[in-house]
Design a protein around this ligand. Structure first.
Ligand code: ZN
Length: 441
């Protein structure tokens, strides 16, 4: 397909990896700026203190430097070596000396992975801390240390990015990805890279559905976006969050809360009909922003595509989630599957057989077997029989694909042939939410 795809995703990940991102601040802005070099991202700023649903936009956090120095004045923990060393959203700490016992209350490490630096946050609390390898922590000598966190926590704004790719239908597919983690690759530079590539790809044509891409800080970003867009959420027909797509595990799809939205059926169909292992999980109320979109007040049909599961892979939220942990071919595979999903969402629909009394005579219309020029005439004529038999306005093409086991492309082709010969008519338009019942004639 697109030869630049893998290198393009890799270059984006490498550009974003060093940046100290958070749920607000200049690292987040810089990240959105780099994404905006690739796609025409609209950037929004929402002021600190703005009420959003049950929350408030927090003070903006920025950081220039931070360290722990030993008695000889040597930096033994240095923000400039890894931004994971500072608890994200740490309040400013002017240079001061502390005894080891006092300092230790502000340290975080992973005894089970003694060489890794953990990633910790202190959003919505006035605290501070440092993260370091456990092997280093246990070697710290008693005595005095100097600490400093040169950060600011002040009135500012929350930033997020949004891109609408307008299609033939106003019905939208929401693709949401979190952009708030610092130097972690799978979580979630992988999701950012796939979403950015998909947006660039979809923008090359006028798609059948509209696509709305969100690059937002986790939780507070989704809550802010929902607050500002509540009046127009009825346009969202399908949605996905894209998270942790690059580590060496099978693709996993987490269903929407209802579990039987069209996006659930299409995602399962695509994974089932592609090579390789996959897993389908029911909705659960932890993970990423699918929680906000599926909350009772909104109930948007938003599932989640991932490989590594939130909190389940050992490298999760640690320095081991680095550039080596993410594999570009796995991101390409995820992107391919998502394009297949979008193609089905754009062309799925319910049909009505216009000659429903008995089997229409296909031979008379030149539709029986040898139509000429077909790669697989037998499958095509089987597909026509399946479609004519089931198209009473209640079964969509996807349900016929699921039941028949026939490939989507052949069923699409058959439906188009039958429409051309006035044997089939479409009910409604792509993106319409499932209503059930026969379509109006
Ligand atoms: Zn995370």
């Amino acid at each position: 397909m697109n030869e630049e795809r893998g290198p393009g995703m890799e270059a984006l990940i490498e550009a974003l990896y060093p940046i100290c991102r958070s749920i607000t601040g200049d690292g987040l802005r810089e990240t959105l700026g780099i994404i905006a070099e690739r796609i025409p991202l609209e950037r929004h700023e929402v002021a600190t203190g703005t009420p959003v649903l049950d929350w408030t936009v927090p003070p903006e956090w920025n950081i220039r430097d931070a360290w722990i120095k030993d008695a000889s004045g040597q930096r033994i923990v240095d923000y400039k070596a890894s931004n994971l060393h500072v608890v994200n959203y740490s309040r400013p700490v002017p240079p001061q000396r502390l005894a080891l016992a006092e300092l230790d209350a502000h340290l975080h490490s992973l005894p089970e992975h003694p060489d890794w630096i953990p990633y910790r946050t202190a959003y919505y609390e006035e605290s501070w801390g440092f993260c370091l390898p456990h092997a280093q922590r246990i070697r710290l000598e008693p005595g005095e240390y100097e600490v400093c966190i040169d950060s600011t926590l002040e009135a500012g704004a929350l930033s997020y990015g949004e891109l609408l790719i307008a299609g033939e239908s106003e019905k939208e597919v929401l693709v949401s990805t979190h952009v708030c983690h610092p130097s972690l690759c799978n979580d979630n530079l992988s999701g950012i890279a796939v979403a950015t590539w998909l947006a660039a790809e979809l923008a090359k044509r006028k798609p059948g559905l509209s696509y709305r891409f969100l690059f937002i800080p986790g939780t507070i970003g989704a809550i802010t976006w929902l607050e500002r867009n509540r009046h127009r959420l009825d346009r969202i027909a399908h949605g996905l969050t894209l998270v942790c797509l690059g580590n060496d595990e099978p693709l996993r799809y987490k269903r929407t809360l209802s579990g039987h939205a069209e996006i659930d059926r299409v995602m399962e169909f695509v994974l089932r009909n592609s090579e390789g292992d996959f897993e389908i999980r029911d909705f659960h109320p932890y993970g990423y922003d699918e929680r906000q979109y599926n909350s009772p007040g909104f109930r948007l049909p938003v599932g989640s595509l991932m490989r590594g599961v939130h909190g389940e892979f050992p490298e999760y939220h640690s320095s081991a989630d680095n550039l080596d942990f993410v594999h570009i071919p796995l991101l390409e595979e995820a992107a391919d599957r998502l394009l297949e999903v979008f193609a089905i969402l754009e062309t799925n629909g319910r049909y009505r057989n216009r000659a429903p009394f008995g089997e229409p005579q296909l031979g008379r219309r030149g539709l029986y077997r040898g139509m000429g020029g077909e790669a697989d005439p037998r499958s095509l004529s089987q597909a026509m029989l399946w479609i004519l038999q089931f198209s009473d306005g209640t079964n969509d093409l996807l349900s016929i694909a699921e039941r028949s086991g026939l490939p989507w492309a052949i069923l699409r082709n058959a439906a188009e042939r039958l429409e051309e010969h006035d044997l089939l008519e479409r009910c409604g338009s792509p993106g319409q939410r499932e209503r059930g019942g026969a379509c109006a004639s």
